[in-house]
Design a protein around this ligand. Structure first.
Ligand SMILES: CC(C)(COP(=O)(O)OP(=O)(O)OC[C@H]1O[C@@H](n2cnc3c(N)ncnc32)[C@H](O)[C@@H]1OP(=O)(O)O)[C@@H](O)C(=O)NCCC(=O)NCCS
Length: 200
């Protein structure tokens, strides 16, 4: 294949991938709410909150290298916005308590998810579970998206236990990272069990 044709193929693949992402985003609600819990798009004024969140030791460890001391909140905000094709600030009782996002949409109709509850007092009260369920309900019916994947460090016992309880199972373990997955139809089935007769 000539270099020109190769470049054209790459460009059309890139275009197709951008189009798919746009079509997924178009089908997912920009805001999700259930009671005191709200997921809304990340905005620039969330920058200082995100910087505080990414300086927490456990979150830094779970996310790898996204936030490093010395990175300005603006740079961090921009990096997160370009990293995720869909990102939400998690608010609970009108207070910012975390971040959820999707990245790495793949041709096999999977996308990776990150979910962080940064406020210590909001952990282990079922909030992460509610966020996941709300987001999974929002993802239902999105084109090119049938499976959610999470990458969890092998030393992150809390996250492994969290995703396992949600029904995720391991697909592969690469050095210090465990990849786990769940088909979205299974989330829909769980929703139907929770809301017999249709979603509220
Ligand atoms: C992982 C995380 C999102 C869990 O959120 P959460 O709101 O505390 O989770 P929930 O309260 O919904 O917990 C649901 C289940 O997950 C498991 N779990 C959650 N935290 C746990 C912990 N510290 N230790 C062991 N199991 C834990 C438990 O099985 C729990 O059910 P139980 O309370 O009935 O035993 C949160 O701890 C977090 O943000 N951690 C830092 C960032 C991170 O690691 N994110 C995941 C990266 S892939």
């Amino acid at each position: 294949m000539g270099i020109l044709q190769h470049t054209r193929t790459l460009t059309s693949r890139r275009k197709a991938s951008i189009m798919k992402r746009l079509m997924v985003i178009a089908k997912i609600p920009t805001r999700l709410r259930k009671g005191d819990l709200a997921l809304r798009p990340l905005r620039i004024w969330d920058g200082p909150f995100l910087a505080r969140m990414m300086s927490q030791e456990d979150i830094l460890r779970s996310c790898g290298t996204e936030g490093r001391p010395g990175t300005s909140w603006f740079a961090l905000y921009r990096r997160l916005r370009s990293f995720f094709f869909l990102s939400y600030c998690i608010e609970y009782a009108s207070e910012k308590v975390g971040l959820a996002g999707l990245y790495n949409l793949q041709p096999d109709k999977s996308a990776e998810m990150s979910l962080v509850i940064s406020k210590a007092s909001c952990r282990r009260i079922g909030l992460g579970t509610k966020v996941f369920r709300l987001l999974a309900d929002g993802l239902e019916g999105a084109p090119f998206l049938e499976r959610v994947v999470v990458s969890v460090r092998t030393d992150n016992v809390a996250a492994q236990s969290f995703w396992t309880k949600l029904g995720f199972h391991e697909v592969r373990c690469l050095r210090d990272t465990r990849q786990m997955t769940l088909p979205l139809r299974k989330c829909a089935a769980a929703s139907a069990d929770r809301f017999p007769g249709g979603k509220p």
